[in-house]
Design a protein around this ligand. Structure first.
Ligand code: PLP
Length: 415
């Protein structure tokens, strides 16, 4: 008998954790398919459809012949419009050649990490945490080690410059800051970001990766005076900052997969390297998505602002409902579309279904099974996030009312 050969998955991929956020949505979908009325706060995407003028631009592009291979780092018009936005709105000293248009913000992070990390060298990437689950996975798959410097609910989920300074080692190749934050819904002020960036400026072996995907979702209505600040605009760091952004969250375009990275680093050599990798991996984003990028950036502001105002109202509503629940602690959201309550007041208690809640995963799975509300456990968002869960307020006000009422009843029912 010939021996059967089974293809083995490489350990570095086999050992990669699956996304916990997607695991919850999968379970919630399964329950919904069985006819259960689940209120979903799990997914991190706007519930709005993409504005019609952007969709029209896509149709026109496809009908107009944009169906062939496109310039790999993005069409010249696209790169120019992104560079202009970054110069005018963010103060970044970038030109079109410093921009690579990527398959979502996620590919921009992946390319950045591939270009920064040398496998086998012991490179560390320091995450300012709590932080989005995919980033440590990307760091690990690129051959680096994710390290953490974490805020807590008592510090408003923020870290201090001193803590950042103490966490940088000779092996730290980059620091990742994501403000406004997934999962906390908090945002650093411009002064706080400047103070963190000044620490990085003193460590000249470190690159700053600034993930600004939630830039357009900030709520001065909830955090008076708050405004966005791009750290790459600081002259002392401009050449050492990779800015990540995209249209997914701001323009309700998650399914389009449009992101970008921009950096003048190495007089454009870093962007050129990221572009080379992108071209070898995926060639480009779809050709017919290029004109809609120009349309979205040039003419999308009114729709973006309308969605932002709606999110601000929903965030206020969710925060009001959650902070009235005895047993949860919650910070008021300032950006993105997340509330991130701390749950430890519920640990050690038992649900009506007889489940003893030991941790956030147990809480979230019992909440889904017994009260049909889908939320994401904080477990994978960093060491200080493990006792929390993430609720997205990219949901209708009616769902926020219903879902938070169910959550309140669930917590009140614990014995
Ligand atoms: N960065 C953060 C913090 C995110 O939360 C996400 C998406 O959830 C991304 C980047 C990537 O966005 P996308 O790849 O959907 O454009």
């Amino acid at each position: 008998m010939p021996t059967m050969h089974t293809t083995q998955v490489s350990p570095h991929v086999r050992n990669l954790p699956a996304s916990s956020t997607l695991a919850v949505s999968a379970k919630a979908k399964e329950l919904k398919a069985q006819g259960v009325d689940v209120v979903g706060f799990g997914t991190g995407e706007p519930d709005f459809d993409t504005p019609a003028h952007i969709i029209d631009s896509l149709v026109e592009a496809a009908r107009g012949g944009h169906t062939h291979y496109a310039p790999s780092p993005g069409s010249p018009e696209c790169r120019e419009v992104i560079a202009r936005k970054l110069r005018d709105e963010n103060g970044l000293p970038v030109e079109a050649r410093h921009v690579v248009v990527t398959v979502g913000g996620k590919e921009a992070i992946y390319l950045t990490m591939q270009c920064l990390i040398e496998p086998g060298r012991g490179d560390e990437v320091l995450m300012v945490a709590p932080a989005w689950v995919s980033v440590p996975a990307i760091i690990e798959v690129c051959g680096g080690t994710a390290t953490w410097v974490s805020g807590t609910i008592d510090t408003g989920w923020k870290i201090t410059p001193e803590e950042l300074d103490a966490s940088i080692t000779p092996k730290t190749v980059a620091v990742v800051i994501n403000s406004p934050s997934n999962p906390c819904g908090t945002a650093y002020t411009p002064d706080e970001l400047r103070a963190l960036a000044e620490v990085i400026a003193r460590h000249d072996h470190v690159t700053l990766v600034s993930d600004e995907i939630y830039e357009k979702l900030m709520y001065p209505e909830l955090a008076p005076g708050l405004e966005h600040f791009s750290v790459g605009s600081m002259p002392e760091l401009a050449d050492r900052t990779i800015t990540i952004n995209g249209l997914s969250k701001s323009h309700a375009m998650t399914g389009w997969r449009i992101g970008y990275l921009a950096t003048p680093a190495g007089d454009g050599a870093f962007a050129a390297a990221a572009g080379k990798l992108h071209s070898q991996m995926v060639s480009s984003i779809p050709a017919f998505c290029m004109p809609p990028i120009v349309e979205a950036i040039e003419n999308g502001a009114p729709a973006v602002e309308q969605m932002r105002q709606t999110f601000a109202r929903r965030g206020a509503l969710m925060y009001e409902k959650l902070s009235a629940i005895d047993g949860l602690r919650c910070m008021k959201p300032a950006g993105a579309f997340y509330c991130f309550p701390e749950l430890s007041g519920c640990f050690g208690r038992t649900t009506p279904g007889g489940v003893k809640i030991e941790d956030a995963i147990g809480f979230c799975s019992a909440l889904l099974e017994e009260a049909n509300v889908a939320v994401v456990p904080g477990t994978d968002f960093g060491p200080t996030a493990a006792n929390c869960c993430r609720l997205s307020f990219a949901a209708s006000e009616e769902d926020i009312e219903r879902g938070c009422d169910r959550l309140a009843e669930f917590v009140a029912s614990l014995r």
